[in-house]
Design a protein around this ligand. Structure first.
Ligand SMILES: NC(=O)c1ccc[n+]([C@@H]2O[C@H](COP(=O)([O-])OP(=O)(O)OC[C@H]3O[C@@H](n4cnc5c(N)ncnc54)[C@H](O)[C@@H]3O)[C@@H](O)[C@H]2O)c1
Ligand SMILES: O=C(O)C(=O)C[C@@H](O)[C@H](O)[C@H](O)COP(=O)(O)O
Ligand SMILES: [Zn+2]
Length: 382
């Protein structure tokens, strides 16, 4: 069964280039792009495509994508995985690798990730390792994946030791962000993806944050503001990735809110029923701003403004908002110790001097984080 959104009239897409030399690619943003996927993907020169999707997205959009590819003469296979963060696992990786090999995908062919960030990260990682690297295309179907995870080439799976701890940098050959597909996205997932949109304003673009405060309802509703928000987020991310593809420096800014957020995801056992990534990021953004304020780096009023906006958009903002609890301060610190930004045993945080003034802060003492988290767990709503 295909959803009506898959037949939406194509609008002229906004093109965001990612000029990464021999790994350069375009991100296309617009309504109705899925119907044009076949011609665009065929132009990459593949003869076969292994579509990877999940059991929510597949029934809505896999037929439309497959038909568009088949119309260009591509040989197609479709693999459907269980939805949710738990699929971004060793078992999920084995399934996708086997499916790609089963489909006889050659290095010149393509893996096509049709889904949210879980499918994009997982299928992208499988593409990175099968035959030591086959090409892949991202067809992101959540707000989060359109504004963030489909761009920049971070792929991977979770480990019981922590989030995204097993993975590879592997850039896609094309990103097709059809914003009409978001019409079927559950509101909880729309909100979660919106946390990553707000993140770009908080990193270095106070004007974009103010725009978000004024226009978030239209972004949720669809129309030109949604496309504008997706395209602007992709531009912001692409600019950072082009400066620092492999996160040796500035790219860590994109991790604003994630040291706390990833720890919460591990503590909730990657259980999407309790916490999804974007919700962890929303709480993490608020914690990063309150932590900055507690260190005297950032005006309290800015931390309050961040929280007020995320709350207005329906997102959780406090440790006490985690269903089933956020674990002990020690458990949180233990989870953070596995963060990829740890250097010489010390934590690195992304802190802020204000909205749009984030910076990388290495060498943060665990004791100062402990004191802050103790305060947070005492003052957090139940
Ligand atoms: N690689 C990166 O740079 C990067 C960036 C941000 C997040 N991530 C990762 O992305 C993952 C989160 O991605 P997500 O928020 O997209 O979650 P997700 O992939 O789990 O999708 C969320 C839910 O929405 C459903 N869904 C997806 N598209 C739909 C649609 N159009 N209509 C109806 N239902 C739809 C899915 O089946 C799922 O149940 C996390 O694992 C996170 O770590 C990676
Ligand atoms: O692309 C990046 O770089 C990011 O940090 C974007 C984040 O939103 C994303 O969640 C990413 O997967 C986190 O990466 P990690 O290296 O901290 O696992
Ligand atoms: Zn993220």
């Amino acid at each position: 069964m295909s959803h009506a959104a898959a037949q939406a009239e194509p609008s002229a897409p906004i093109t965001v280039p990612v000029p990464l030399g021999e790994r350069a690619y375009d991100i296309l943003v617009g309504r109705g792009l899925i119907g044009t996927a076949g011609a665009r993907i065929a132009a990459l020169g593949a003869r076969a495509a292994a579509i990877v999707t999940d059991a929510h997205v597949g029934p809505l959009y896999a037929d439309a994508l497959a038909a568009s590819l088949e119309a260009q003469g591509l040989r197609i296979s479709v693999t459907v995985l269980p939805p949710g963060e738990a699929t971004k696992s060793y078992a999920g990786l084995e399934r996708v690798c086997d499916a790609v090999l089963e489909a006889r995908i050659e290095r010149g062919d393509l893996v096509v990730a049709l889904g949210g960030g879980v499918i994009g990260d997982l299928a992208g990682f499988a593409a990175a390792v099968v035959r030591r690297g086959v090409r892949f295309v991202q067809v992101p179907t959540t707000l989060l994946s359109q504004v963030d995870s489909s761009v920049g080439g971070k792929t991977g799976i979770n480990s019981r030791h922590g989030k995204n701890l097993v993975g590879a940098f592997h850039q896609p050959s094309l990103v097709l962000a059809d914003t009409a597909l978001l019409d079927t996205l559950p509101i909880r997932e729309m909100r979660a993806g919106y946390a990553e949109v707000v993140k770009y304003g908080l990193i270095d673009d106070p004007g974009f944050f103010a725009w978000c405060e004024a226009h978030w309802r239209e972004v949720f509703a669809g129309g030109p503001e949604r496309d504008r928000a997706v395209a602007q987020s992709c531009r912001a991310k692409a600019a950072v990735v082009v400066r620092d593809e492999h996160e040796n420096g500035d790219r860590a800014l994109l991790n604003l809110g994630h040291t706390f957020g990833h720890a919460l995801e591990r503590i909730t056992a990657y259980d999407s029923a309790r916490l999804v990534h974007g919700e962890g990021v929303a709480i993490g953004l608020c914690l990063a701003f309150r932590f900055s304020a507690s260190l005297g780096l950032c005006p309290r009023a800015d931390a309050e403004r961040v929280e007020a906006h995320l709350k207005a958009a329906g997102l959780p903002t406090r440790l006490g908002d985690v269903p089933g609890g956020c674990g002990t301060v020690d458990a949180l610190l233990d989870a953070m110790a596995q963060d990829k930004k740890v250097k010489g045993g010390a934590l690195t945080f992304i802190l802020a001097r204000g909205i749009g003034q984030s910076f990388i802060a290495p060498g943060i003492e665990a004791e100062s984080v402990r004191a802050f988290l103790r305060d947070e767990t005492n003052t957090s709503r139940p």
